[in-house]
Ligand binder design. Structure first.
Ligand code: CAA
Length: 380
């Protein structure tokens, strides 16, 4: 493995760092408080090429590698994990899924708009009774010849009301279980497609999370992705890459919290000296740094595996499992180092702590990552 970053990598990382500091930081507390979607910032991220980084340039994508993507995810997430999950879902679940498994007509019609930020995408797998147990899809798509009729409810959908295009997973043949599942491209505004309630969340409050209701929605057959019955594999393959993005998000939350705690400890005084001079604080910083460095190696390895064409199901799952735990632990300790100020919004660490929790839940809980990892270990 060679993680030596190229000039291009450094340039894209620095562009993301600058963007996060100048464009995301100023309104981040307000957006979190009022659950406001960063619409203006998302538009700018589209212009900077952050929304379709890995997709084929023929369809407006950046044609970049996964290393570039995780570098951008880390930088954005240090400041605003709500903005970074929008980037992550659009890049790794929607654009990558369409770019890799969509046909030319689908790419021409949808991907070209999703890569540039002209349109936003959502990935709709979870249901009220099918979260971790993703094969238990209750949403149905009945084959009617030239179209399918879609019925059901999806839950906890990132970009739920702001997306224009939705990749929806549904059961087309219950007898065939997971082999009778398909993925469809559904457009906002189609008859029978309703946006449900907005979730009032603990963290990533700037990202907009909704349930979606499909009531006899007519989906043209040409909007099915891949061969009949490919939907569950589509979801699993896409999520394997998505988990690398969320691992990078967790890494960013951890490094953001660490940097704030380190800087604060150098100016805050107690017992006659800056608190970093107390070993109780200095050792916390040493632990944070060590864990973050280990998490960064795992995130880079999984990105490298993907770029090299290696299997990344396990390295991505392990990176997400570990980095999300590091995000949680580091952000809790960052609040602790800030003391009373850590509990106050203006110091940012309490938000990072709330945001960290979701990285242990979405795109597969930590327990699901352990299933993915342990099954692979025992199979080999
Ligand atoms: N790549 C390709 N195929 C895969 C695969 C992968 N990574 N993982 C599983 N499959 C295939 C299997 O080969 C099998 O197919 P065959 O029988 O044809 O061989 C099929 O999928 C079923 O696999 P399993 O028998 O392993 O299925 P399972 O029911 O035991 O569970 C699971 C699999 C890994 C637990 C899966 O259900 C899972 O990942 N659950 C978590 C779902 C998840 O991550 N949800 C996140 C929602 S999206 C989100 O959060 C986005 C957002 O908005 C931020």
């Amino acid at each position: 493995m060679d993680f030596g970053l190229t000039e291009e990598h450094l340039m894209i990382r620095d562009a993301a760092r600058d963007f996060a500091r100048t464009e995301l930081l100023p309104g981040v507390i307000e957006r979190d408080t009022h659950q406001r979607f960063p619409a203006e910032q998302v538009k700018k991220m589209g212009e900077l090429g952050f929304l379709g980084m890995m997709a084929d340039p023929k369809y407006g994508g950046g044609g970049m590698d996964t290393i570039s993507y995780v570098l951008v995810m880390e930088e954005l997430s240090k400041i605003d994990a709500s903005a970074s999950v929008i980037v992550s879902v659009n890049n790794s679940l929607v654009c990558w899924g369409l770019d890799t498994y969509g046909n030319d007509a689908q790419k021409e019609k949808y991907l070209t708009k999703l890569t540039t930020g002209e349109s936003i995408g959502a990935f709709c797998l979870s249901e009220p009774e099918a979260g971790s147990d993703a094969t238990s899809q209750k949403t149905t798509a009945i084959d009617k010849g030239d179209h399918y009729v879609l019925n059901g409810t999806k839950n906890w959908i990132t970009n739920g009301s702001t997306a224009d295009y939705y990749l929806v997973i549904a059961q087309t043949d219950r007898e065939k279980k997971h082999r009778g599942i398909n993925a469809f491209i559904v457009e906002k505004g189609w008859d029978g497609f309703e946006i449900g309630v907005k979730e009032d969340k603990l963290g990533i409050r700037g990202s907009d999370t909704h349930s979606l209701i499909f009531n006899d929605v007519k989906v043209p057959k040409e909007n099915r992705i891949g061969e009949d019955g490919f939907g569950f594999k589509f979801a699993m393959k896409t999520l394997s890459g998505g988990r690398i993005g969320i691992a990078a998000q967790a890494l960013g939350i951890a490094s953001g919290a660490y940097e704030l705690a380190r800087d604060y400890s150098k100016v805050r005084k107690a017992f006659g000296t800056e608190i970093c001079n107390h070993q109780a604080i200095a050792f916390k910083l040493a632990d944070m740094y060590t864990n973050i460095t280990a998490a960064r190696h795992m995130v880079m390895q999984s990105a490298w595996d993907k770029d090299m064409g290696n299997n990344y199901d396990v390295s991505g799952a392990a990176a997400k499992l570990f980095a999300s735990q590091v995000a949680m632990e580091t952000s809790v300790e960052a609040v602790q180092i800030h003391g009373g100020n850590g509990y106050v919004k203006e110091y940012h660490v309490e938000r990072l702590m709330r945001d960290a929790k979701i990285t242990q839940i979405y795109e597969g809980t930590s327990e699901i990552q352990k299933i993915v990892i342990s099954r692979a270990l025992l199979r080999d």
